[in-house]
Design a binder for this molecule. Structure first.
Ligand SMILES: C[S@@+](CC[C@H](N)C(=O)[O-])C[C@H]1O[C@@H](n2cnc3c(N)ncnc32)[C@H](O)[C@@H]1O
Length: 284
């Protein structure tokens, strides 16, 4: 068997260098794992599913936490494409260009920057402004009949991963999901969120507190919550891939998992292949 070449995300010039750049919540630059894990999986998934995608005349990217479309990695002197730009460029390179790229962000400056960069790269953009829990509903309404959709759901925190976003998008007939599931928040705070005075996680997993086993040990709660969330996704008719790349920081702390779910075996097979061989190209 011939070895497939190594896949490296291309670095494109920034078409709008004067616009805002994503440098993470602390503004010190995003972690290396953003391009190397998150964006690499996104690009490889788009390239890997090319043959299935071209069968659909309409192909839609749904990105309700889009950021400005440009990132800077901590320690790097240059900037790179953000997620929506990675996805658009890959769809073009793989000859299955999205027929609509739907982007939204709570921050108007960011969604406008993302839109400007996508337009400069020739993408058919539709911009939505506001919280993802609202824009995702409008995005779903705007999806053309019969379109194949990829929902890329990428919030900083679990608190903003509203289950209602997934529930609404799940009503689309042809949709696959790649979701950034934040573990930091969960690991640090889930036991405190059992307190009836608080509850930041019920948006992400409605009713979770009623389902927690009475005798659950505090240390088992984060894993229980994640399993329970996946069970709720399965109830929507999706199969959650068992390959869920874990991203850790330099100190070995779990930051998030990239969770993929779909209704069909083919996209799941592609995701599994990517997750098991993250550096190998799928495109030869
Ligand atoms: C992790 S960054 C997005 C990075 C981008 N998806 C990428 O791959 O380059 C998260 C973005 O979500 C936005 N955001 C925060 N809360 C939000 C909310 N409730 N609804 C929509 N966007 C939100 C932030 O302004 C930020 O731009």
């Amino acid at each position: 068997m011939t070895k497939r070449p190594i896949f490296v995300l291309p670095v494109h010039p920034d078409p709008c260098p004067h616009l805002v750049i994503e440098r993470g919540p602390s503004n010190e630059g995003v972690g290396w794992w953003v391009p190397q894990v998150k964006h690499t999986h996104l690009a490889k998934y788009i390239g890997g599913t090319r043959k299935a995608q071209v069968k659909f005349p309409k192909r839609v990217l749904i990105d309700p936490f889009c950021g400005p479309g440009r990132i800077q990695v901590r320690g790097e002197t240059f900037t790179r494409d953000g997620g929506a730009m990675v996805a658009w460029h890959q769809s073009v390179a793989s000859q299955c260009p999205f027929t609509s790229v739907m982007v939204g962000d709570l921050d108007l400056e960011r969604s406008a920057a993302c839109e400007a960069r996508l337009l400069a790269a020739g993408a058919p953009v539709q911009r939505f402004h506001g919280p993802a829990a609202e824009t995702a509903l409008r995005m779903a309404d705007a999806v053309p009949r019969g379109a194949l959709c990829l929902a890329y759901i990428d919030p900083y925190n679990l608190e903003y991963l509203s289950f209602s976003i997934i529930e609404r998008l799940a009503q689309l007939p042809h949709v696959d999901f790649a979701v950034h599931f934040s573990l930091m928040d969960l690991t640090r705070n889930v036991d405190m969120e059992l307190d009836p005075e608080r509850d930041r996680f019920s948006g992400a997993n409605p009713g979770w507190r009623d389902r927690v086993p009475a005798k659950a040990a505090k240390g088992s709660l984060p894993a229980w919550f994640f399993d329970d969330w996946r069970a709720q996704i399965s109830k929507l008719g999706f199969s959650v891939s068992h390959e869920m790349p874990l991203v850790q920081d330099g100190q070995g702390r779990a930051l998030y998992r990239l969770v993929f779910f779909s209704r069909h075996a083919f996209p799941d097979r592609i995701w599994v292949d990517i997750a098991r061989n993250p550096t190998r190209s799928l495109f030869d």
